[in-house]
Design a binder for this molecule. Structure first.
Ligand code: SF4
Length: 271
């Protein structure tokens, strides 16, 4: 059960830093995330630690966010190129969005005041609801759908509250067929089956791979602190918890996709 709290933010756009330094801004329509992925690095960040409640059990809805964004975006556009990563510490299409429509309201603002580029990072099929708005942004947007594995048993073990893999693949196909630029983000890479690369090739024309060691901003230390290695031990899949585990998947992806369509870590998320 997720506790929903409504808050009125004073600011919305944050400066892109660290992993997101290629972006001028990051944008989080919510605080908290009910998908509650076991490996979520936000669990160890101040927004979660100072809250004192289990990550995934609370979500703050940013009420009035569209008005704040309209003001901030107008100002930012006068200062230079605006590239936005949505979202870095929540999922913009988590279940609350179905009713709250915060993300949709932000997209509406962005169709009126288009940023130079918007990356929508989600693992939720709900993103297809907004195809009408995404199409208005044309080539200025890319939807990056997290598909860490093609194995539903692995998805259930690591992210039991997140949407099933098949539903995400269907959503990616729907977006691509509608003409929305897409990619599959195998991030973080989880244990997968041999046909994973071919499954993705049938749906998307671009993929990126990332893992805990390249992508958690600390060489894997943040993830280690979450105790994720124990999950690999329990599943007897220790060989997948290694800085070199991505090599074999990368090889398969490079056989299935054109060379410039397979990106690794930060490069796969750049504008
Ligand atoms: S969807 Fe993203 S923000 Fe939400 S819990 Fe999972 S990793 Fe964290």
């Amino acid at each position: 059960m997720t506790r929903i709290v409504r808050k009125e933010p004073k600011t919305l756009l944050n400066k892109g830093t660290g992993f997101l330094e290629g972006y001028s801004h990051s944008l989080n329509p919510y605080s908290g995330c009910s998908f509650a992925c076991s490996y979520c690095y936000v669990r160890g960040m101040p927004v979660s630690l100072f809250r004192g409640e289990e990550w995934g059990s609370w979500v703050d809805v940013k009420q009035g966010a569209a008005d704040v964004l309209r003001k901030e975006l107008s100002r930012a556009k006068t200062k230079g190129p605006v590239t936005i990563f949505m979202s870095s510490s929540t999922d913009p299409y988590q279940p609350a969005e179905a009713k709250e429509l915060v993300t949709r309201s932000l997209l509406e603002v962005m169709t009126q005041l288009p940023p130079d580029f918007l990356l929508v990072q989600t693992r939720s099929p709900l993103v297809t609801r907004d195809i009408d708005l995404l199409l208005k942004l044309g080539e200025r947007v890319r939807v990056s759908m997290t598909i860490e594995t093609d194995r539903e048993d692995i998805r259930r073990a690591f992210t039991p509250s997140a949407p099933p893999i098949a539903a995400r693949l269907r959503a990616l196909r729907e977006l691509a067929e509608a003409g929305v630029p897409t990619q599959a983000a195998i991030a973080p890479l989880l244990p997968s089956s041999e046909g994973f690369a071919e499954t993705l090739r049938a749906i998307v024309d671009r993929v990126c791979v990332d893992d805990y060691f390249m992508g958690d901003g600390s060489g894997g230390k943040r993830t280690k602190r979450l105790g994720i290695d124990k999950l690999y031990d329990e599943l007897q899949l220790q060989e997948w918890y290694s800085p070199s585990a991505y090599h074999s998947l990368l090889e398969r992806l490079r056989r299935a996709f054109p060379p410039d369509a397979v990106l690794v870590s930060q490069a796969g998320f750049l504008p």
